[in-house]
Design a binder for this molecule. Structure first.
Ligand SMILES: Cc1cc2nc3c(=O)[nH]c(=O)nc-3n(C[C@H](O)[C@H](O)[C@H](O)COP(=O)(O)OP(=O)(O)OC[C@H]3O[C@@H](n4cnc5c(N)ncnc54)[C@H](O)[C@@H]3O)c2cc1C
Length: 587
């Protein structure tokens, strides 16, 4: 007999596992989350929280708590390249949609701002909400040791590290959210495609008051662009953990040529001082951790009843800040499917759509992050920095930036182009919000998607194409301004319609009766419905006002109908059954 029986066992309390656990809690699905460490992340690690993740937190009821503890978007607005913080500034780039040119795009796209929230701050917010919900149980210092699955479930052995005792857990499904060294992936033998260990990185977490260097150019990343053997990203890059007193210094190193001793605080402090450029600043080293650059994607995310997510299945550099965000979105995608399958509202085949939908997003994430790292080489190249270059030669080359005449103009133009290229890393709004699930729990309508007139990586284009995230538009219920995303989500399907779409309410009721699945109907722009406050919904819905957009519990469009015709109304129950993987149910 197992010691514990649970519908879902979640392994790992990183962003992926915590988001899954909180989403399952909101759906009322009991589960057990095990984490081998004594708590959530104890160091900053990933920190960029993009608009989609804040929207997910909004749906999970913790947006305000997150924004209370995070650094706000206006303090994320500069990337700075300098010979040192006290030295010469070489360039700045306005980041994360904060420039005059990009702010409107970001504001129009979402009810939620980006923020900078390192994992050791984010983890407790998620954990507290899971605890408060009281649906799932979180056990720290519990390490997954083994897994065995059969037709009806999975038996896991989890070691309680406090008493060194093995606990047997029987679950219907196991979620492998156990990070870049995933034991779940290892045990299931999911094949991994790509390369591990492409470069070695170190994170030095430290405290130092750098207000006088940073407050006038607030940002997340301060790049040390100085010549010498550390030519690639200089001596190190400062990542703002808490303005302007707490930092991580990230640096790359070649272990075959350099030893980084975690106990040698003096050497680490000297390196921090080199990046600051002022040895008089007090620096308190808190910790050092190592990680590697990988370019890896699992060939499958799932194996029977075992479903993997986050760094377990996509491992990539931190460029573009996609790690935490993609991981939490994986969890949000899977949780509603598990909830619907477990209580019989959906067929177990719905779980197959998790891989079909999230793996292509993982592919884009892994490749985009890697490409961004490669593209960064254009910066030292433009400055004339080379590997193993004599430091004096490097400084002489740098001076060309201020040289009058054609050569100086060419260097300046190449350097600016290299900086602008990093927009694909720091203002890649299309990558962050624009992904569309082409296959999965969606019913395509056969209409060609109009091409994005702007660069699809940099610019998000709202669309109600099935599989896309529902476009945001402000609507008003007479008392409150709501996002269309607030109408969707909340664990249920939503159907958005407008003038002439009254019959959808009846069609939704019939579909609900036939499938047992609730569909909340919202009329926007009708005499007694929600007000399309700024006309935005009319602009982006891409169906006639009598048509409809059917939205899944994870706020992605499942299906749409151009107009309320007899045929389209009759189609709804069948569409819902198809999305849920069930045999067509008569309307
Ligand atoms: C040291 C370090 C530094 C990083 N720095 C950065 C950075 O600067 N910028 C950036 O963007 N990204 C960084 N990352 C990557 C980023 O943290 C991940 O992309 C993100 O956390 C992925 O979330 P996840 O939930 O999938 O995995 P993780 O956050 O790794 O969480 C996995 C969890 O599973 C637990 N676990 C593992 N095995 C078991 C087991 N057998 N039983 C129970 N629990 C288990 C782990 O203890 C961990 O808490 C860093 C990662 C690490 C490890």
């Amino acid at each position: 007999m197992p010691d514990v029986t649970t519908p879902v066992l979640v392994v790992g309390a990183g962003p992926a596992g915590l988001a899954t656990s909180l989403s399952l809690s909101r759906h009322g699905v009991p589960h057990l989350l095990v984490e081998k460490h004594p708590g959530t992340a104890h160091s900053p690690r990933a920190h960029i929280v993009n608009q989609r993740t804040v929207e997910i937190c909004r749906d999970l009821g913790i947006e305000d708590r997150l924004l209370d503890v995070a650094t706000p978007a206006d303090l994320m607005s500069n990337n700075v390249w300098a010979t040192s913080l006290a030295g010469r500034e070489l360039a700045r780039l306005e980041t994360w949609g904060t420039s005059a040119a990009r702010a409107a795009d970001y504001r129009a796209a979402s009810p939620s701002p980006m923020c900078n929230c390192p994992q050791h701050v984010l983890g407790p917010v998620l954990h507290e909400a899971i605890d408060e919900a009281g649906v799932g149980e979180v056990r720290f210092r519990h390490e997954l040791m083994s897994l065995e699955q059969d037709a009806d479930g999975v038996t896991a052995v989890v070691r309680d590290r406090d008493v060194e005792r093995d606990v047997t857990v029987r679950a219907q499904y196991v979620v492998g959210a156990d990070g870049g060294r995933s034991r779940v992936v290892e045990l299931t033998g999911l094949p991994l495609d790509g390369e591990h260990g492409l470069a070695q990185a170190a994170n030095v977490w430290f405290e130092a008051d750098l207000t006088r260097f940073c407050a006038h150019r607030p940002g997340v990343l301060y790049w040390n662009a100085s010549p010498g053997k550390d030519y690639w990203v200089g001596a190190g890059t400062f990542i703002c953990v808490r303005p302007w007193t707490e930092w991580v210094m990230l640096f790359m190193f070649d272990p075959s040529r350099e030893t980084v001793d975690p106990k040698d605080s003096e050497a680490l402090r000297a390196r921090v001082h080199k990046v600051i450029g002022d040895p008089s600043v007090d620096v308190d080293i808190k910790s050092l951790s190592f990680w590697t650059i990988n370019h890896v994607l699992a060939e499958r995310y799932t194996d029977g009843r075992i479903l993997c997510m986050g760094d377990a299945v996509h491992r990539h550099p931190p460029a573009n800040g996609l790690g935490l965000n993609t991981s939490m979105a994986d969890g949000f995608n899977l949780a509603w499917k598990l909830a619907y399958v477990l209580d019989g509202r959906a067929d177990p085949s719905l779980l197959d759509t998790y891989d079909a939908e999230r793996r292509p997003v993982g592919r884009v994430t892994v490749d985009r992050a890697m490409k961004s790292v490669v593209e960064m080489a254009a910066i030292p190249a433009a400055l004339g920095f080379e590997p193993d270059q004599d430091e004096a030669d490097g400084w002489a080359s740098l001076e060309r930036l201020w040289q009058p005449g054609d050569e100086g103009d060419t260097v300046r133009a190449e350097f600016r182009a290299a900086i602008e290229l990093t927009n694909y890393q720091y203002n890649a709004h299309g990558v962050e919000l624009g992904y569309v699930y082409r296959e999965g729990a969606v019913v395509p309508d056969g209409r060609p998607e109009p091409p994005n007139p702007r660069d699809p990586e940099l610019f998000y284009r709202p669309t109600t194409t099935p599989g896309a995230r529902l476009p945001h538009a402000w609507v008003d219920d007479g008392a409150r301004r709501l996002s269309t995303l607030d109408l969707a989500g909340g664990g249920r399907f939503a159907l958005l319609t407008g003038i002439g779409g009254e019959a959808w309410a009846e069609a939704a009721a019939r579909a609900a009766e036939a499938t047992g699945v609730e569909v909340a109907v919202f009329a926007i722009g009708t005499a007694d419905g929600l007000v399309d406050a700024y006309g935005t919904w009319g602009d982006v819905r891409d169906v006639e006002s009598s048509g409809c957009v059917l939205v899944r519990p994870d706020q992605h469009v499942a299906w749409r109908a151009v107009a309320a015709t007899e045929d389209s109304l009759a189609e709804l129950a069948g569409v819902l059954a198809r999305v849920l993987g069930r045999a067509a149910v008569p309307a």
